[in-house]
Design a binder for this molecule. Sequence first.
Ligand code: KE4
Length: 440
Amino acid sequence: MLHLTKSAEAFAEAKNLMPGGVNSPVRSYRSVDCNPPFIARAEGSHIYDIDGNEFIDYVGSWGPMVVGHAHPKVVAALKAAAERGTSYGAPTLLESELARLVKSVYPSIELVRMVNSGTEATMSALRLARGFTNRDKIVKFIGCYHGHSDGLLVDAGSGLATFGVPSSPGVTKAVAQDTITVPYNDVDAVTAVMDKYGSEIAAIIVEPVAGNMGLVLPKQGYLDTLRKLTEKHGALLIFDEVMCGFRASLGGAQAAYGIKPDLTCLGKIIGGGLPVAAYGGRRDIMSFVSPAGPAYQAGTLSGNPLAMTAGIETLKILTEEPEPGEPDYTRKLSMKTKAVVQGLESRAKAAGIPVQVHQAGSMFGLFFSENEVYDYATSAAADQEAFKVWFRAMLEEGIYLAPSQFETIFMSGAHTDEDIEKTLTAAEKGFAAVKQYRQK
Ligand code: KE4
């Protein structure tokens, strides 16, 4: 039995200090009906809570920790950087170094602006798209999450291709009505919207590999359709690669699927665990951003030297030339992830539990469903209770997964073959627990 005594006490106190006891909702473990472990430290692929429990970590801080926690090169560089001061609010060579690294991996990014969160990146990219095109409306997809700026906290209106309705108190109808939401992977729905409203649409924003409805992959040709529709109607195509960047492949989904967006949003991995995100793309569009152009955007800690340092060191590890004949870092991650995916599929099959297991490079996801999962509706139709049972059984076995089926699971370069073997052994117990649950 997992002992979470100190975490339970800490959680009770935290609830008197912060809404729900956390600084981001999903960490509260509300969606899996149990208390969250409070973390004391992490190293490599392992994370340790304040009760002394040790876990194999597949959350990786929701994606950033792709080279593992407390990587020696990252820690050493951060220590040295801290001794030079933690923030200047002035231009530094570090920002140009990280920008060069990002551009070297994303050829579609001709100019890039560093910000502090994925929310800020997508919010700024949409403001830029609206300013550049002089159009007000945007299209997003049901189940895609792009952070919590008002215009993106919007649900589908009644029917499907209608103007959005607020999905959170505090988002005004006026803001929501400029966001049109349609199902992901539905070519007819997005084509109909563009044919009807195309001249008013500033941009389509999409997670080219979706990670916030569980891991859902674009259907064959889908992203190409979005590219063609935006070109046809003079709208911009924004790829939100905050999560799938550097994971779907080193060059993200745009490299994996061969699509060139007009703007790209990045985050998570480019900060190596410190607050960094970015938006960038075509020079003519990005030259519209202040102070080069009139579209305003700013940030006290944007380009922070410590955050830049962690991002630079992480990307240097990811982009290191492999030994001759060896796969590169990201390719090795993908192969390791495939081993876990195949292991999960075989063990679920042996337990007689139908599952859908998706992979995109070093990201993977699992649904308790016997049907294909290709959008939010089919994801939500999966057995959420079974997921909770599986999640809790895995946690008991020392496997730290995202506490929601609507999240994605992340591999790191620090995960060992022993970690993977332990994970698959735990999964056997997890699937047995689901089988027992279903027999009640
Ligand atoms: P942040 O503002 O959380 O840095 O990034 C927002 C964001 C933007 N775009 C995509 C595709 C994202 O996945 C995210 C944030 N991802 C969530 C995980 N689903 C962060 C975890 C959390 O909210 O605590």
